[in-house]
Design a protein around this ligand. Structure first.
Ligand code: PHE
Length: 342
């Protein structure tokens, strides 16, 4: 046992460590419940009586040596850590590095605002596919077979599948809603739409719409007018006026276009409204009975109104932007200018 004690003693003497974990590992190896020294104490009772006195002394000294070693190593480790933190102390005089956080896109901000206004009128949001078939985008909506909108000029058809195209409006979503639910239906469908137009400052081949639909018994043109009037005032301010001009859409009869009063010049005339005092805002009308019937809703029992607007147009007018292409470039210098409108 004395040899054993000597061996452990020299191990203790030569051991060094600076990390707390290493020191703890060493302590357990020596003094833990199954540690080397603890084991020697267990064996102690088996040694011959005449050796007990001397061995006991050495053993106690060994235990003390180990304990002292652990204590002194721990102290050193604390000092060492303090030194290291001193080295890595932040330099408070150093200039800060800023992280660019980006900001929300004005199209998303305005879209959410429109959604919220209609949510207050109990409209639910519905979404649908951007790749549509001819039936949902045109036929169900009463577009005649030879309507120019079906033409290759306006619609992006998907190669080798003449029946499949990128949707040209989100009215296609409303067709799906009418097919799959029963009146009363109150829904708005925001989304991206595509038209084959040459890209320039005032036109783009991709833009965003919010279209709305209300179908129930006895829904009237007056209901539509009041709903859109409420929307216009919530969106553009309490003094906003609206006017409806007769128009044509294959899926509504009668159809109208709605203008809102220019809130830059209060209808006095300015470059934004091209000196007319009015700004074109959306298309609307009473859902054509053919459309209701196409979608499985009894047009003798139910009537409805629909409307659709381009989000870009609203953002352009509200924030006086003169180039549509800016919306698609994701230039942070452009987007940053809208941080405050959140
Ligand atoms: N779908 C039409 C468009 O894309 C807008 C519209 C919707 C007009 C509903 C009338 C009724 O221009």
């Amino acid at each position: 046992m004395i040899d054993e004690i000597e061996k452990i003693k020299s191990e203790i003497e030569s051991f060094t460590a600076r990390e707390a974990a290493e020191i703890e590992h060493f302590r357990i190896r020596m003094l833990g419940r199954k540690g080397l020294i603890t084991n020697l104490f267990k064996d102690f009772k088996n040694i011959p009586v005449e050796q007990k006195k001397q061995t006991g002394k050495l053993l106690n000294a060994l235990k003390q040596l180990a304990q002292e070693k652990v204590e002194s190593l721990k102290k050193e480790a604390v000092l060492h850590t303090a030194e290291r933190t001193e080295e890595h102390k932040p330099d408070l005089t150093m200039p800060a590095t800023f992280t660019d956080t980006g900001s929300r896109h004005p199209i998303s901000v305005v879209r959410d605002r429109i959604n919220n206004i209609f949510a207050r009128l109990d409209y639910v949001i519905s979404e649908g596919p951007e790749i549509e078939d001819d039936w949902h985008n045109f036929t169900a909506l009463n577009f005649p077979e030879n309507h120019p909108a079906r033409d290759m000029q306006d619609t992006f058809f998907i190669e080798k599948a003449p029946d499949i195209a990128l949707r040209t409006h989100t009215s296609s979503v409303q067709v799906r809603v009418m097919q799959s639910s029963k009146p009363p239906i109150r829904t708005i469908s925001p989304g991206r739409v595509f038209r084959n137009e040459a890209v320039c400052a005032r036109a783009h081949c991709i833009f965003h719409q919010v279209e709305g639909l209300y179908v129930d018994k006895n829904v009237s043109f007056a209901d539509m007018k009041q709903t859109l009037y409420y929307f216009a005032r919530e969106m553009f301010g309490p003094d906003t006026e609206i006017r409806l001009r007769p128009s044509f859409f294959p899926f509504t009869e009668p159809s109208a276009e709605m203008d809102v009063s220019c809130n830059i010049c209060s209808r006095k005339g300015c470059p934004i409204c091209k000196y007319s005092g009015w700004i074109e805002m959306l298309g609307c009308g009473m859902v054509d009975p053919n459309v209701l019937d196409n979608c499985g809703i009894d047009s003798k029992k139910y009537t409805g109104f629909a409307f659709g607007m381009g989000i870009e147009r609203i953002v352009l007018n509200k924030y006086h932007i003169n180039d549509l292409r800016l919306f698609f470039e994701n230039d942070i210098r452009f987007l940053k200018q809208f941080e405050a409108i959140l």
